[in-house]
Design a binder for this molecule. Structure first.
Ligand code: ATP
Length: 527
């Protein structure tokens, strides 16, 4: 499996991700996306928005601001309680996030430990600073909110916060959204945007950052209709790798199970929760993630937020172990009630059936980090090919930053470059393409494969007489010949995966020289 260090180096070399302000030595937990990375990141967000908002009738979007009225964060509980446990070395003053330190040193799950549990662990297990081996001090809570001032006066009345999640804006705007979009329960509000957390120890590249992006939905239902999920029938046969809280307590491993079986056996209790777990899992699988690499894990009782009825995480097997990719909490009416209490405003909806006011419940809050999703798709796509002796980025065509590369066979023959450039201009009207004349065709293939371009188009002397071109497939290196007249249509079909490569033209070279993992994402059957 590729390591995080290899990915970091690769991302820098190929213009995907750079350490922020590198020329000044960088700043921990902040990254910048380069020319190729920004395209991949935008494609991830675009695919998420299409699947979760535009293709559904029951979800609408918003784009809230990063700074909100500070009471939003008092109502949500972040000002008082959004903290991790910090522990420092008594000698070198190195700071650690205590639960992560315990997990690293003792190889146990520490996310459910309280502050006093952590202090007890540090004492009884005699845990030391990993840098200088000196004793650790007393652990304490550390608030992760970034504070700032709004306006010219920098006193306590001007304090504001950079949002630590996008979710609260969906609650604060709930009534306005419901009224203006004429939403009827059940319905969701979605948002993609930046979030900021002053993480104690940012690490593992894009996994734990201090500035990151989230894609979140708050899904609201009628408080008396927890068991009425109209969509559950569509996912009953969908299979998930499930790690229940009971399995974690007993120390048994995750089990593959259909949604129907998980509901029947009361492992997942709410049909709504089951529906959202399958829906979210499917989004990653549709975009090329091997289902064996994602599991759903139920929070054990001590790990759950006090207001959460049930919480499941989607976890991915990152190079540094199984870690959270997405949290899906059942938050009941906690947040809306908090905002009703703190704002004094009526945020209820009128129930036509009972003629009563109701405060909807959030039955699921699927919340995914864009950057963690980026890391996942990178891990899934990254493949060092022994035959080609370079990395082939086997991204799903929908995510590929550039969809096609166009090469004239020889760059000094005007008849070839003229035709190739015309083809490039035509293709660019439909999707991002690259025109490359530099070096041998082999070098140009390599450059294209490394940034995940699914198809390379070569224009040679036969193209002038026969009016056709060669298309080469990134993953197999097979080649077909396609008439120029049909090129755009064929490319569209190939990118949408509507046609098999070998059926899209006349096969001129059949190869399969990218070694395929046994976990080839194209072999998954859950799409
Ligand atoms: P963790 O336990 O890893 O700190 P969390 O449970 O605090 O995560 P949530 O508050 O549920 O995370 O946030 C929802 C999602 O936002 C996470 O599943 C993750 O994908 C993303 N996310 C959270 N914190 C970070 C971070 N520091 N860097 C990158 N992504 C993050």
């Amino acid at each position: 499996m590729v390591t995080v260090e290899e990915l970091t180096t690769f991302c820098k070399k190929k213009g995907l991700v750079f350490a922020n302000s590198e020329i000044y030595g960088g700043i921990a937990g902040f990254f910048d996306y380069g020319p190729i990375g920004v395209e991949l990141k935008n494609n991830i967000k675009k695919e998420w928005w299409t699947y979760h908002v535009q293709q559904r009738q029951d979800v609408v979007g918003i784009d809230g601001s990063i700074i909100a009225h500070p009471t939003v964060w008092i109502a949500s509980g972040h000002v008082n309680g959004f903290s991790d446990v910090l522990v420092s070395c008594t000698k070198c003053n190195e700071r650690f996030r205590a639960d992560v330190l315990i997990e690293d040193l003792l190889n146990i799950s520490a996310s459910s430990l309280t502050l006093s549990d952590i202090n007890e662990f540090i004492r009884t297990k005699n845990l030391k600073c990993t840098k200088c081996k000196s004793p650790l001090g007393e652990a304490s809570a550390f608030n992760l909110m970034f504070q700032t001032f709004v306006g010219p006066k920098q006193d306590k009345d001007a304090i504001a916060y950079l949002r630590p999640e996008t979710a609260q804006l969906m609650f604060a705007n709930f009534k306005l959204v419901a009224e203006t979009a004429r939403c009827k329960l059940p319905f969701g509000i979605a948002q993609i945007g930046k979030a900021f957390r002053n993480e104690i120890s940012p690490r593992n590249f894009l996994f734990r950052m201090r500035e990151f992006e989230q894609m979140e939905i708050e899904y609201f239902i009628h408080p008396d209709k927890h068991d009425e999920c109209p969509f559950i029938k569509h996912v009953l046969e969908y299979e998930l790798l499930i790690l229940s809280s009971e399995s974690q307590i007993k120390g048994t491993s995750a089990t593959k199970m259909t949604i129907a079986a998980a509901l029947e056996n009361n492992i997942i209790q709410s049909p709504w929760h089951a529906y959202w777990l399958a829906t979210e899992h499917n989004w990653f699988v549709k975009l090329g993630c091997n289902p064996e690499h994602i599991r759903v894990r139920q929070h054990v009782t001590e790990e759950k937020a006090h207001y959460a009825k049930d919480t499941w995480d989607l976890e991915y097997e990152f190079p540094f172990g199984w870690k959270e990719l997405q949290g899906i909490a059942d938050r009941s009416d906690y947040d809306l009630q908090q905002h009703i209490k703190n704002s004094g405003k009526d945020l209820s909806l009128y129930d036509e059936e009972t003629k009563k006011k109701i405060v909807p419940h959030v039955v699921a809050e699927p919340s995914t980090g864009v950057d963690r999703a980026f890391l996942l798709f990178l891990c899934e796509a990254y493949l060092y090919s022994k035959e080609r002796d370079y990395v082939v980025l086997r991204l799903h065509p929908a995510l590929a930053p550039v969809k096609a590369a166009i090469f004239p066979l020889l760059s000094n023959k005007e008849e070839l470059t003229k035709l190739a450039h015309k083809i490039y201009e035509d293709i660019r009207e439909d999707f991002p393409a690259q025109y490359d004349t530099s070096g041998s065709v082999g070098r140009r293939y390599a450059r294209a494969d490394e940034i995940g371009i699914p198809y390379c188009i070569t224009i040679d002397f036969d193209s002038i007489t026969n009016k056709d071109v060669t298309i080469r497939d990134r993953d197999t290196a097979s080649q077909i010949r396609v008439p120029i007249k049909q090129l755009q249509q064929r490319l569209c079909q190939l990118l949408k995966q509507e046609i098999a490569f070998e059926k899209a033209g006349v096969l001129v070279k059949k190869e399969n020289n990218t070694q395929h993992n046994s976990d080839d994402p194209t072999s998954n059957t859950q799409n």
